[in-house]
Design a binder for this molecule. Sequence first.
Ligand code: TYD
Length: 141
Amino acid sequence: MNRITTLDDCRIINLRKISDVRGNLTPIEANEDIPFGIKRVYYLYDVPGGECRGGHAHKALYQLILAVSGSFTVTLDDGKKRNSFMLNRPYQGLLVVPGIWRTLENFSSGSVCLVMASEKYDENDYIRRYDEYLFFKNVSI
Ligand code: TYD
C-alpha cells in the first residue's frame, strides 16, 4: 500500500477554529479530525534560517504537519510528482500518508512545526536515501 501511495493521498485538512473574544482554539481528535490514531507528537522550533528538515520518507507512518506559529514550506514527492505547500495557518494541517518523501524548509523566524504521528519513533520506519526511496516505490531512474 505504502509503495503505491501518491501525492493525491495527501491533502490539507481544515481543522475546526473555535473563536471568541478571548482568541482562537483548534482541537484535534484522533480518528475524527484526522484519519489516524495519535501515538506521538513532536515539534520543531528554533530552526535556523536556511535550514532544511525532513529529507526522508516513512514506510508506515501517517503524519499531520502543522505550522502552529509562523510559516514554512513542505515539499512532498511520490517519486513521480512533487508539490509544495506553504503552511502558515494554525488551523490547517497537511496530511502526509506513508510512502511519501518530504522536505521542510523556509522556516520563518520563531516558527513552530507541530507533527502528530500515528506511531512511536522507529528508525526502521525511515527511508533516508532518495535512491532507496525510488527503489521502494519501484520507480526506475
Ligand atoms: P529526524 O526525523 O531526522 O528529524 P527531521 O524529520 O526533522 O529532519 O530526527 C532527528 C533526530 O531526532 C534523530 O536523531 C532521531 C530523533 N527523533 C527522536 O528521537 N524521536 C522522534 O520522534 C523524532 C521525530 C526524531
